[in-house]
Design a protein. Structure first.
Lengths: 472, 1018
């Protein structure tokens, strides 16, 4: 849908909507009647979630023995899923924080849903990490709190760092998301007809009136939270990677993990955002706001991070050889040719080979293709974590203690369940919260910037901040 | 509640209507009000004082909760002389199985035995134990034991059941027929005398000794050559060259514990004293002895006699027994025999040849003849004719005579005295048994024989820890078997008591005043009723033979020449050997033994068809003998048929076996209802009649298409896969290396001390902080892999001491076995005929423990005494420590393994060790409870330190090879400190800088110096 006369920069919103159009378009999703299709989809995902929760219940009442873990292999799908979900979250933070600070205007169309995915993904990750312990009812022992035993957590343990990292991440992401939502919640408060909904949105919008003073505070708060979130993009997955790097296992004990994990997290996060947005823009008819340019940009990021991940894969082998450590060397050979070689090659194919199609502009804008590739990347990134955990643990130092691991139905069900939780929350979000930041998108409407003149001056007269005010 | 007491105590006074009505609570009465305190405690509303009295009374009762035997028991001297609640007492007794007596010290807490240890005063085991001896404790508390007598289909009383048997004996007597009591082989002089006395009192009664495993070769040879009808006990400590022909003296030998200790003493050479024994094993399977051999000769069993004949010839025996057989040796056999002969000749009177007792009398005669020619037979020599296993005479003739009697109808009553022939006897015997009109069983389990289908009457037999008795060892040492607990099954006394009761019913005059076997044993031991001597015997657990046993028997080779040759058939043969875990199947219902990995194959919960890679290829189960093909043969199911029967077994390829030999293990495949023992297949069904462990020709092998039987091994992956490089984790050197002082392969990461010895420190000082300074003790362990044979006694010792659960086959298949000590077995050399190195692997108590820093809740921490401690209560179960342990010695409770314990199995628990719930990590603690106990004793005696040797771990205590040394590394004079600087010492994975507290001494193979490669395959 490119404008023939405008080769320099594509518009970020198509169809030249007015501000009122934007509000109406997005808020109407909330106001429209709940369709049967929606209910069926929600029912399906909720069933998945319930099935996963049942498997969790079974695990907690039976013991970790319900899973396929064994003596050499203490972690399997549980921690794989944890790292996978934490990784998924990273795209949201990157889009909302770093791209905000870099003034990447195109982020406005996708940041709301990406942030939501961050929160839901972290919820899934927390589910995994809380339930993976042998005695999950004692989860609070992992928190430093004064107690009669005078027992503190072990601050030397990467798992303790994880607790801080993930909790901080969840808290900051949730705050950031909510702060960004306040103007839109106020818009909804004014827009919806139902009295109850009005009340709820009213309370949630914290008395937002759209005054300049509110906007002023809002902008500052948003900027500060973006500043706080930015290091989290790098720190959370670095800390998660410490779970492995601080260990002494060959294949884990390596310095490349923090940057490699962060790149991988952004890679997988974008893939997940891509998967869901392609569906959402079809179903909710948001093609106007989420344009091919957005998808193109995201594909570029995926190509870049995919290459970083591929570089890390290669570098791991080089270092294993260069270190002169027999153990290290052997474990990487084992990745290529050992019992879990199938997982390794699945990972390489999905993560390194498949994104290479995005070198071509035509393919970057091919929606079915990018949908398939995004799913490949999701699969590949899951296998990356599985490969790291399983290949290292199943054959470590002493051959006499080697083993093999495959999951039971319980672990598979829990994984499916986390998808159920994630999708259910996303569906609820898509229905009851503006999926696109209404206030922000208005700032990038063609002509929204006073400096630009596109011939739609009736819109250009209003500044982005004041325009987002009230549409009752 | 009753108001009577109050009324009585109150006289006529009363305080309220409620009181009269009996509803007064008495709460308003003062604590010391006269009417309450004077009330009888047990009959009133419970007052505070009454409550206290009740509580203290119940405490006193719990202290003696388990029923103790009525007779006076005498604890061992070391312990306190009276029962103190909370403190353990050791009682000396004897574990007498088959013809072997092992002195036992049984630890008892509040009247229940909780641990079987060895009695250091007893020469057969010198304070150590076998896995079976220790595990038999679990069988004491086995809920599947028979609880009460049965007559026909219904439960009965003991008296009725005994009367039923006595009536049958009377009927036999009246009809002029026999009443035969089948008993297992034993070593009890009192039991032997009892049998004679019973036969005297009731002439119809005769006794036949019929052990499950009958292998008379050795006894027959000794009878012919020496005039001794029994099995000789060689002293391997005196031998420098041992040639074994299918004699598994370290594994399935009756006296393996004894042999292991004597063997191990000669396996630890040093540069200063570079001598060690040379063990040459010619065998068809891959036995524990073979896996330890310096030279293994892989022979088809048909070549055993030929091998011995060539050996006899090559040694130059003046009057050869097997001259006629020399020609039947093939080239390889002859070459191997000549090599062995030159070693033997060099050793002279310190060389010995041992043949398996299941081989022919001819083979055994040749072995004895060679030893004799070398000068190693005679008083004080390796083979001392005075040292004979008691009552180990050849059994075959008596059993065959009984068979004939049963077939001819001469036997009216058959009484099974704790034997299970329906399970273990051959088909002819079982068929004949069915013809005997009356059958009764006195067994521990309602097993194949004691079940109602076979036995009309069943009376429970008592466990050895419930029975009085006595035993004599091969060297004449006598021991009283002192019970630790009254019989748990309705108090039914021992087999011998029951036999006495029957005899008394048959003949009222029998045994005079004596009513119990205790009286009988005591009268035989102590005719003078010398209380002090009796007490002393009970305390020490041993009474040495008054004069050393002497035998003037001389080998008469001529008699051996007339023995018939009985070489195994050529072609495919099957053999059923005793299992290294279950032996003959007596304790087949024992979880500790069922889950004990076979030391060689590492298989649990099953018996299998072991075969060489070549045999697997021959059967079409593997495409080639390449490792990747060979492992595909495993878990296929085959049906092997011999003339005696057929058996269905899963295949397991064992490297180092001779081709065309299929070996399986006895003791499995019980069919009675008890859940645990119904694993594997009953290999007695194909055992040769007259010789249970004979090599019998295979008629047919059928591969069951599409059927797989999953085999639970504890060391399961890539056992044969060669692709994992050479990992220097289980190190070994040769005697040649030691002589050449070339042990550099062991100390790559050590700092050389100034005198050239190892300083015992690591050469990897990668730390920015200074080391922790240990002011008190610092516990450490040294394991000598050269002494260790892999017998697995330590595994059961640890399981028993530390309440380690049995998890079952399904969990072992998933890789969740819980044993804290595992014996890593690595093969060395080529796949065709490898050696093995056993490396006991337990928590290394690393100084820089990688598990400690990763635990988020600080549940595993370092103690000020160098222990890596596990706080179960604090553990939340993240399993991070397990992942980060380079030795993988941590064990996670995936499920609540302890909750399903059926009563009274829970009585076996050691109260000093916490039982772990699910979700909690556990691992070796260096028996921290024993360390604490040692420290309490030291403190009691005013010492601040535990002396060397006072703190002993359970594995160390049990080890028959004394391969484990534990102690204080901070004490420069302790044994462990000295051993750590031994020239053979190394630690596993030193390059990780985790600094283990466990040091290993490299295995030594008696061979020439090797090139520097020290690799092994796993």
């Amino acid at each position: 849908m490119m404008h023939e006369l405008e080769p320099v920069r594509e518009p970020l919103v198509l169809g030249n909507p007015s501000m009122r159009d934007v509000t109406a378009r997005i808020a109407s999703i909330v106001e429209s009647k709940i369709s049967l299709k929606y209910l069926l989809t929600l029912g399906f995902t909720a069933t998945m979630a319930a099935w996963g929760l049942f498997a969790l219940y079974y695990t907690i009442t039976t013991g970790i023995g319900a899973w396929g873990l064994n003596n050499p292999i203490g972690w399997g799908w549980d921690i794989t899923n944890f790292v996978f979900w934490i990784g998924i979250g990273h795209a949201g933070t990157l889009i909302s924080a770093i791209l905000f600070l870099w003034r990447q205007k195109w982020r406005t169309a996708i940041n709301r849903s990406a942030e939501a995915m961050t929160i839901f993904a972290v919820i899934c990750a927390l589910t995994m990490v809380l339930s993976h312990t042998g005695r999950p009812w004692l989860f609070y022992w992992l928190l430093p709190y004064p107690n009669q035993m005078q027992m503190w957590i072990n601050f030397r343990s990467p798992l303790a760092w994880d607790v801080f990292a993930v909790n901080t991440y969840f808290t900051v992401s949730a705050l950031f998301w909510f702060v960004g939502l306040i103007p839109d919640l106020a818009t909804l408060r004014n827009y919806v007809r139902s009295e109850i909904a009005k009340k709820i949105y009213g309370v949630l919008s914290l008395g937002w009136t759209g005054s300049t003073r509110h906007w002023h505070h809002y902008e500052i708060a948003y900027m500060i939270l973006a500043g706080i979130s930015t290091p989290l993009v790098l720190s959370v997955h670095s800390v998660v990677s410490f779970d492995f790097t601080v260990g002494i296992m060959p294949g884990w004990h390596t310095t490349i993990f923090p940057p490699y994990f962060v790149a991988g997290a952004i890679f997988s996060g974008f893939a997940m955002v891509m998967t869901l947005l392609i569906i959402a823009r079809e179903i909710l008819d948001l093609k106007q706001f989420i344009t091919l340019k957005h998808l193109d940009n995201m594909n570029k990021i995926m190509l870049a991070t995919g290459m970083m991940v591929g570089y890390a894969y290669g570098m791991e082998f080089f270092i294993a050889w260069y270190s002169g450590s027999d153990w290290e060397n052997w474990i990487f050979q084992n990745r290529l040719f050992g019992d879990y070689a199938w997982a390794y090659w699945t990972m390489v194919t999905c993560n390194v080979v498949s994104p290479q199609v995005f070198w071509f502009r035509k393919l970057r804008r091919n929606i079915p293709l990018m949908f398939v590739i995004s799913i490949f990347i999701n699969i590949g990134m899951w296998f990356e974590r599985f490969t790291i955990i399983a290949t290292t643990l199943h054959h470590d130092f002493l051959p006499a203690s080697w083993g093999y691991y495959s999951p039971t139905w319980v672990e598979i069900s829990i994984f499916i369940g986390t998808f159920g939780i994630f999708l259910t929350l996303f569906l609820l979000f898509a229905k009851f919260v503006p999926v696109i930041a209404i206030a922000e998108i208005k700032s990038i409407l063609p002509g929204a910037q006073p400096a630009h003149h596109h011939g739609h001056d009736e819109h250009a007269a209003t500044s982005s901040t004041t325009s987002a005010e009230v549409h009752s | 509640m009753s108001d009577r007491s109050q009324q009585q105590s109150n006289g006529t006074t009363w305080k309220s209507i409620e009181q009269l009505a009996g509803t007064a609570t008495g709460m308003e009465q003062g604590e010391f009000s006269g009417d309450v305190t004077s009330a009888p405690v047990f009959d009133s509303t419970v007052s505070r004082r009454g409550f206290m009295a009740l509580v203290s009374a119940s405490m006193a009762l719990t202290a003696t909760a388990c029923r103790r035997p009525l007779q006076k028991l005498v604890p061992a001297v070391k312990s306190a002389q009276t029962v103190t609640p909370g403190l353990p007492l050791d009682y000396a007794t004897v574990y007498a199985q088959r013809n072997v007596a092992y002195g036992a010290l049984v630890k008892s807490r509040e009247g229940r035995p909780i641990k079987v240890k060895g009695n250091a005063l007893h020469g057969s085991n010198c304070g150590t134990t076998s896995s079976e001896m220790q595990a038999s404790l679990l069988s004491l508390y086995d809920p599947d034991r028979i609880r009460r007598p049965r007559v026909n289909k219904g439960a009965s009383s003991y008296d009725v059941a005994v009367t039923a048997i006595a009536n049958a004996v009377n009927e036999a007597q009246a009809a002029g027929k026999k009443a035969v009591v089948l008993v297992d082989e034993h070593c009890s002089p009192s039991f032997a005398a009892l049998m004679t006395d019973v036969t005297a009192a009731a002439p119809a009664v005769s006794f036949v000794t019929m052990p499950p495993i009958i292998a008379d070769g050795a006894a027959l040879a000794n009878k012919a050559l020496l005039g001794i009808n029994g099995e000789l006990v060689p002293d391997l400590g005196k031998a420098t060259v041992i040639v074994s022909v299918d004699n598994d003296f370290l594994g399935t030998d009756k006296l393996a514990v004894h042999h292991t200790g004597r063997y191990a003493a000669r396996r630890t050479p040093s540069i200063a004293n570079a001598v060690m024994s040379n063990v040459i094993v010619a065998e068809a399977g891959y036995s524990l002895t073979g896996s330890n051999a310096d030279t293994r000769v892989k022979l088809h069993p048909s070549q055993f006699e030929a091998f011995l004949a060539v050996l006899e010839h090559a040694v130059g025996v003046a009057s050869p027994v097997g001259a006629a057989l020399v020609g039947s040796a093939d080239a390889a056999t002859a070459a191997a025999a000549k090599n062995a002969a030159s070693s033997l000749k060099a050793a002279g009177s310190q060389g010995v040849v041992l043949a398996g007792r299941h081989l022919s009398a001819k083979a055994n005669a040749m072995a004895l003849n060679i030893s004799n020619a070398l000068g190693s037979v005679g008083a004080g020599k390796v083979i001392d004719p005075a040292h004979v296993l008691p009552y180990s005479e050849a059994k075959g003739d008596a059993v065959r005579a009984l068979l004939a009697d049963m077939q001819s109808g001469a036997v009216h009553a058959l009484i099974f005295g704790d034997v299970n022939p329906e399970y273990s006897a051959d088909r002819a015997f079982r068929t004949a048994m069915a013809k005997v009109p009356f059958r009764a069983a006195i067994n521990m389990y309602e097993d194949e024989t004691a079940g109602a289908r076979i036995s009309a009457v069943s009376i429970p037999a008592a466990h050895w820890l419930e029975s009085w008795g006595d035993a004599v060892a091969y060297d004449g040492t006598r021991t009283i078997q002192q019970p630790l607990i009254a019989p748990l099954n309705e108090g039914i006394p021992s087999l011998q008591d029951t036999i006495m009761a029957v005899a008394k019913k048959v003949n009222g005059a029998a045994f005079g005043e004596m009513t119990t076997y205790y009286d009988y044993v005591r009268s035989r031991w102590n005719a003078a009723a010398d209380e002090a001597a009796w007490t002393k015997a009970l305390q020490d657990g041993v009474v040495a033979s008054a004069t050393p046993l002497v035998s003037g028997a001389v080998v008469n080779a001529a008699a051996g020449a007339s023995l018939a040759s009985a070489a195994a058939p050529a072609g495919r043969v099957l053999v059923a050997m005793p299992s290294l875990a279950l032996y003959d199947g007596r304790y087949a219902n024992n979880g500790w033994l069922l889950e004990l990995p076979d030391p060689v194959t590492k298989i649990t919960w099953d018996n299998v068809a072991l075969m060489s890679p070549g045999t697997a290829v021959g059967l079409g189960l593997a495409a080639s003998t390449e490792p990747k093909d060979v492992i595909k043969a495993n878990e296929h199911v085959i049906v092997v048929s011999t003339a005696d029967g057929s058996i269905e077994l899963p295949v397991w390829v064992q490297v180092g076996m001779a081709d065309n030999v299929i070996a399986t293990q006895l003791g499995y495949g019980h069919t009675f209802t008890a859940a645990q023992s119904a694993v594997g297949s009953n290999a007695y069904s194909v055992a040769g009649s007259g010789n249970t462990c004979a090599y019998t020709a295979i008629k047919n092998i059928e591969v069951v298409e599409g059927k797989r039987h999953r085999i639970a091994t504890t060391q399961n992956h890539h056992t044969l896969d060669d692709g994992n490089g050479q990992r220097p984790v289980a190190k070994w050197v040769t005697l040649g290396d030691i002589k050449a002082k070339n042990l550099h392969s062991l100390d790559t990461h050590y700092v050389e001390a100034e005198d050239g010895k190892k300083a015992g420190r690591f050469g990897v000082p990668l730390s920015i902080t200074s080391d922790y300074e240990y002011k008190g003790h610092r516990w450490g362990m040294v394991i000598d892999m050269s002494s260790c044979t892999g017998c697995s006694s330590c595994v059961v010792a640890c399981q028993s001491e530390n309440n380690i659960p049995v998890v079952g086959k399904e969990q072992v298949l998933r890789g969740r076995e819980m044993q804290w000590i595992r014996l890593d077995r690595y093969y060395v050399g080529d796949m065709d005929n490898p050696h093995s190195v056993v490396e006991p692997m337990l928590c290394q108590h690393c100084e820089n423990a990688p598990c400690e820093n990763v635990c988020p809740v600080a549940a595993t921490t370092h103690s000020p005494e160098g222990l890596n401690e596990m706080t179960y209560n604090r553990c939340v179960g993240t399993r991070y420590c397990l992942n980060n342990c380079p030795y993988k010695v941590r064990r996670f409770n995936f499920l609540n393994y302890h909750t399903d314990q059926r009563s009274p199995l829970d009585l076996v628990f050691n109260p000093d060790v916490t039982n772990r719930m699910r979700g909690v990590m556990e691992k070796c603690t260096f028996c921290v409870q024993r360390l604490h106990e040692a420290k309490y004793h030291a403190k009691d005696q005013g010492r601040s330190r535990v002396n060397d040797g006072e703190a002993i771990t359970a594995c160390q205590e049990a080890c028959p090879a004394s391969a484990i040394i534990f102690g204080d590394m901070n004490d420069p004079n302790s044994r462990v400190s000295k051993m750590r600087s031994n020239e053979r010492s190394f630690v596993v994975l030193p390059e990780l800088n985790v600094r283990p507290s466990v040091t290993y001494l490299a295995k030594v193979q008696n061979a020439a110096a090797t090139p520097a490669t020290n690799g092994h395959h796993s």
